[in-house]
Ligand binder design. Sequence first.
Ligand SMILES: *Cc1c(COP(=O)(O)O)cnc(C)c1O
Length: 404
Amino acid sequence: MSKNESEKSWRLATQMVRGGTMRTGFGETSEAIFMTSGFRYDSAEAAERRFKNEEPGFVYSRFGNPTVEMFEQRMVLLEGAQAARATATGMAAVNAALMCQLKAGDEVVSARAVFGSCRYIVEDLLPRFGIKTHLIDGTDLTAWERAVNARTKVVFLETPANPTLEVIDLPAVAAIAHKHGARVVVDNVFATPVLQKPLQLGADIVVYSATKHIDGQGRCLGGVVLGSEDFIVNELTPYLRHTGPALSPFNAWVMLKGLETLELRVSRMVESAASLADQLAGHPGLAAPTNVPALLYPGRKDHPQYALVQRQMSAGGNMLAFRPNGGKAGTFRFLNALKLVDISNNLGDSKSLITHPATTTHQRLSLEERARLGIGEDLVRLSVGLEDPRDLVEDIAHALEKAG
Ligand SMILES: *Cc1c(COP(=O)(O)O)cnc(C)c1O
């Protein structure tokens, strides 16, 4: 068995610790950081062959780098993809995954509820280049049926979505897209690669902000795009190579180290998030349910799409959303009364972080559009970290009481 084949037969935890490792002659146990922009060739002929792609080897770190490649190969194993390319940020990954394959005259159908900057790309940026975008309610399969047609090149979505944690039926959307020859691009950040495998559920391309759970300790920005060998090599790689959103070798090393503990961290976060959701549900400090429930957690039976969550995710994730009493003022009092959980818009960190989407991540949207997405003035989004869940419950319950 070649190294690559034995890596594929390993179980997930083993792959995450060892997959993709390339050792130097020094036999280091921890992966080496190749902080080099360029690579030297043994001869002018060798340089010529490398540039012609006639011999393997690195050329320039904008095109590829050993530490970055180790991270890419470990991600390939984790996702069960054929190939991957890393990028400097999650947004660089989303942008490249879309731009590398779209041209004027193509159409894109996207779920309305996506990360703010992703929405900027599909709603504002792509149309400037003659690409027509349709924004729809991703949970409504008839809306997908209506919007996808023969001109649709790409279907884009995020599930669970930020910040309302609505869930989109991946196999159903993929079937609609594929019927018309469109590709499905999934931003899988909220589910994490541990809890949901979009490629197995019909997606063609998966993107991550590695800044989130993959680093998981709030240190570095990074991103990754995964898909078929053909897409990665022939469409994505030339785009990345010539536009240059390369991941730094140092950041790739941090991400590699993050992957070693990803499964452990995500499992623990999910356990804490589930217990927190159960203890907060029905808390008197939460608002009365309107068309938006007082608390949303995909792992709870009262999540509006619990049956779908059960089908496509192995657990409910580490993100929850809830609505404290007293509108925006009450919600701000609640946030300001927290002593442990930090007010911050990042997520997937070992530290629990909470954000008020209406005034931060989603403030760019109109009031009407926010209302349509269920992002009220009282909604908060919590990313559950690795602290003792008892301390988190105490902090949140205490802040709810103080605010109310
Ligand atoms: C954070 C995030 C991004 C962007 O990633 P960056 O690394 O911050 O560029 C994209 N999509 C989702 C769902 C995210 O949470």
